[in-house]
Every structure is written in C-alpha cells, then in structure tokens.
Design a protein around this ligand. Structure first.
Ligand SMILES: [Fe+2]
Length: 290
C-alpha cells in the first residue's frame, strides 16, 4: 500500500508517518541485521562524564565493536537518552558519528532528550511520535514513549490507535521500538519510571501474531521476556549499567554493550547482547542516582 493512495487510512497519510522501502537486498537467504544502541547520554563537551564514564568514549567504543563484530548490519536503531545535557553540540556529534557509519539510522527520544533539537539535528532519523519504516518485508514501528513532565513513560491513545490500525491492516512481521519499558523489570525504582500504561501496548501486541518483538532502552541492563509469540527486550546502555533486580538505584560492574537483531524472512527474530570485553573507566559505584 502506498502512503499516497487516496484510500490510505489516516495513519498512512499523517505527516509523521515515514515510509521507506529499502528492499534491494535478496532477503531469502541471510537475515536482515539491525544493531540497537541505547542510552548513550552524550554531552556537548567531548570529555563530558556521567557518573565517571566519558560517554562519548564509551559510545564510540561500543559503536566500533558493533560495526566490527556485527558487520553486515543494514541499519542502526538508537532508543533514546541520546544527549544527557540537551545540547546542540551533543546532537551534532551524534549526527556526525552515526552518519560516518554509512548506515541508515533511526533515533527515538528518551526522557533526557529534546524533540526539537532531535528534529533539527537528526532530521528524518528522528522518528516518532509514531513512525513506520518498511525494511525488506518487516515493519519497524517507532514510538515516542517520553513525557515532558516526568522521567517515566506514557503512550498516547492516538499512538495506540495508530498501532492498532497498522496491525489490523498489515500482517508483515513487526518490531516495536521505544525508550521506556512497557512491563516491569523487577526493579522497584526503575519500574516507577516505566510506561505507566504499558498494559495497553501489551494487550494490543497480545492480539497481534505478527508482532515479533518489543525493544526498548532506559533500563541500562539486559532484559528478556517471552510472551504470546513475541519477545520483550531491554538492552545495556553504551555507558553506565544499572544493577538488575535491585530495588533501589545501584550501578552494575558489567561493561557497556549493545544488541543485535536478526530478522528472518519467515518472521523469526534472533537476538543477542554483546558487551565490550574490557572498558578502562570505572563508574562511581557508590552513586545514589544520576
Ligand atoms: Fe538512560
């Protein structure tokens, strides 16, 4: 279905509905590969640190590893908390660094981001509040789960309605990307700032067998859960790591990392988290928050 046909449902003609078909590769053999990077928390200053980690350095280390170890990836997805200090220079740096990979990339906002600056400096790569990319037979949906008044997340009824319209209309295997986690990750302080109406999203996904994965950032740790034929996946940050299943804020000793997503033509999703073998800097483990 074309985005410009007169009979298109409203979500297809909405200006934020971004539709692109990359379908040039023969996808009957090798799976399509995506790299998810998340929560880089970049700063305007190259030496800017978050709890002792120079976030540009750790981001570059993870990106370099991802491009080497996961070579052949067709696109990058960065799921929010892109720039910690909401600075123009931070977004310009992100734009220039991602551009240098030569790969298409998609960025969703996190609670530390400024949508206006994302739009200004990342252009069409700043996806949301509801956006679709069609990639070799798969649908990638990007949802802005951030709210301006809280570190927690929320999905608007229009976003859920747009998703339901799409899923009713299009049976292609689908991945959903957002910043916040829509289900509890068994960490009380973190679960207070998840998506406050995540159950609406989960109910929609439960009814939609073409949904194969819901992928998020925000939790700064690896997380995996299976549900009704799809996976819910959280991914380590490219900088600081939060200690899983801890009820209060605590940092983890595990190094920064990223996630690969292999999308098979038959709708199967394979995924793996990879981390740096070694990262020189140590975070401030005694920190009580960030
Ligand atoms: Fe974050």
């Amino acid at each position: 279905m074309s985005a410009n046909t007169p009979s298109s449902p409203p979500y297809l003609t909405h200006p934020l509905w971004l539709h692109q078909d990359f379908g040039k590769r023969n996808h009957t053999t090798d799976p399509l590969k995506l790299i998810q990077l998340t929560d880089p928390h970049l700063f305007a200053a190259p030496q800017g640190r978050l709890l002792g980690i120079t976030t540009r350095t750790s981001f570059e280390s993870v990106l370099e590893m991802a491009l080497e170890r996961s070579s052949g990836a067709q696109a990058l997805v960065v799921t929010g908390d892109l720039v910690h200090d909401e600075s123009t220079a931070g977004y310009r740096y992100l734009h220039d660094t991602l551009n240098s990979t030569g790969l298409p990339y998609f960025c969703t906002p996190g609670n530390h981001d400024q949508q206006r600056l994302m739009d200004e400096h990342l252009g069409a790569a700043a996806v949301g509040p509801f956006a679709l990319r069609r990639l070799e037979g798969w649908n990638l949906v990007f949802l802005n789960s951030s709210r301006c008044d809280s570190d927690g997340g929320h999905l608007k009824s229009e976003q859920i309605a747009q998703l339901e319209d799409l899923l009713a209309d299009d049976q292609a295997p689908t991945l959903l990307f957002m910043h916040h986690h829509p289900i509890p990750v068994q960490s009380e302080w973190m679960d207070r700032i998840g998506i406050d109406n995540g159950e609406s999203l989960i109910a929609t996904c439960d009814r939609s067998p073409q949904v194969k994965g819901v992928i998020f950032g925000h939790i700064h740790q690896e997380f995996s859960s299976h549900r009704k034929g799809y996976q819910l996946l959280g991914t380590p940050s490219t900088c600081i790591q939060f200690l899983p299943r801890n009820q209060t804020f605590a940092l983890d000793t595990r190094p920064p990392g990223y996630r690969t997503l292999s999308l098979h033509a038959d709708g199967q999703l394979e995924t793996e988290v990879l981390r740096l073998d070694h990262y020189e800097e140590r975070p401030i483990y005694q920190a009580q928050g960030y």
